[in-house]
Design a protein around this ligand. Structure first.
Ligand SMILES: NC(=O)c1ccc[n+]([C@@H]2O[C@H](COP(=O)([O-])OP(=O)(O)OC[C@H]3O[C@@H](n4cnc5c(N)ncnc54)[C@H](OP(=O)(O)O)[C@@H]3O)[C@@H](O)[C@H]2O)c1
Length: 316
């Protein structure tokens, strides 16, 4: 199985990892109904397929995703199922996620995650979003992250949704092992500054929503999206963008088919072509989806195919 090192000193990871947001089940920013049995079967299938990491977060399902991941990986050798989770989003009394990177809060959040995951060490601990709500300087939060690493509670440190100035402020205190940004054929803003900065500084990159949350899977249809699925509120899934995005999928289909691949596999493989990208976090709700998504690993798009994909983006 193809593996790449996460940044200059992180773990060796497969180019596709399992994304466990939907495993949180229904909540304010959930994916509608999701059975734990399906989530656990999907996670176990990802490990059987050779994928060696799972990305979750404390806020997904208000802790439920971490509990499901903990159950799914129980008894498995850790090097076959590295656990990546995130802190910094805490529900208020209505269950709405709020930023909280205050030192005491991070210390409490890590203990709660360790308990839900049924482990005494988290492999990659990531700050989920910058904190624009409590006024905590990032230096104070990142110093606590370094303290958790020194205590052996977490092995590697990452951030998500950070820009270059914030990355620089963290890197000055303790090496940032990874960044988790959004990146897909439909969302490319990180290409200009953020990805090159990561490459230059030995910061690994695990991209999220590489199929734009299912839109680029090649089989997406709004009819199968539950009323309480967050995607119904996302601009990518609103008209007129939705039809435009799905028309783009149709232009990608023959390019993928020529290689015997699905559009979803092509979309994920495309993110892996950027030299800064270490791996892609691909969400899945059932084992069959994982089996297909694993097919994004181990092949590369040619220069000609990359050019064709670029042209398909700009087609009328
Ligand atoms: N750090 C952050 O702020 C952040 C934000 C977003 C995501 N993430 C992480 O990144 C992970 C992946 O992102 P994502 O889940 O938004 O997007 P994604 O990986 O682009 O799409 C995943 C969704 O696509 C559909 N899908 C998956 N495999 C499929 C297949 N083979 N055929 C057809 N449909 C398929 C599933 O939903 P349906 O079957 O319901 O269509 C699945 O939930 C998350 O789980 C999470 O770990 C992090």
């Amino acid at each position: 199985m193809e593996k790449r090192r996460l940044g200059r000193s992180g773990p060796e990871i497969t180019t596709v990892g399992f994304g466990a947001w939907a495993a949180g089940g229904p909540w304010k920013v959930g994916w509608g109904p999701q059975s734990d049995a399906d989530s656990i079967a999907a996670i176990r299938r990802s490990v059987e397929m050779g994928m060696n990491w799972i990305d979750t977060a404390a806020i997904y399902g208000l802790g439920h995703s971490e509990e499901v991941v903990g159950q799914a990986v129980r008894g498995l050798p850790r090097e076959e199922a590295l656990i990546f989770t995130k802190c910094g989003r805490v529900p208020d009394e209505t269950g709405t996620p709020r930023s909280d990177l205050r030192p005491e809060s991070i210390r409490r959040q890590v203990e709660e995650s360790l308990r839900r995951l049924q482990t005494d060490v988290i492999d990659l601990y990531q700050i989920h979003w910058p904190d624009n709500e409590t006024g905590t300087p990032i230096e104070e939060s990142w110093a606590v992250m370094a303290e958790l690493q020194d205590q052996g509670k977490v092995r590697w440190l990452g951030v998500s949704n950070f820009d270059v100035p914030l990355l620089e402020r963290c890197e000055a205190i303790r090496h940032v092992d990874s960044l988790q940004p959004p990146y897909s054929l439909l969302r490319r803003d990180v290409e200009t500054e953020i990805l090159p900065w990561c490459l230059a500084h030995g910061v690994g990159v695990i991209v999220y929503s590489p199929m734009q949350s299912g839109l680029l899977s090649g089989t997406f249809s709004l009819e199968r999206v539950a009323e309480d699925d967050w995607r119904r509120r996302s601009p990518y899934f609103q008209e007129p963008q939705l039809s435009r995005n799905l028309a783009f999928v149709e232009r990608l289909r023959p390019i993928a088919a020529r290689r015997g691949r699905t559009v979803g596999q092509l979309a994920v493989a495309w993110t892996l072509m950027n030299p800064a990208v270490t791996g892609a976090i691909v969400g899945a709700r059932r084992p069959e989806q994982v089996e297909e998504n694993a097919g994004a690993m181990g092949w590369r798009l040619t220069d000609a195919e990359m050019a064709e994909i670029e042209a398909a983006r700009h087609a009328p």
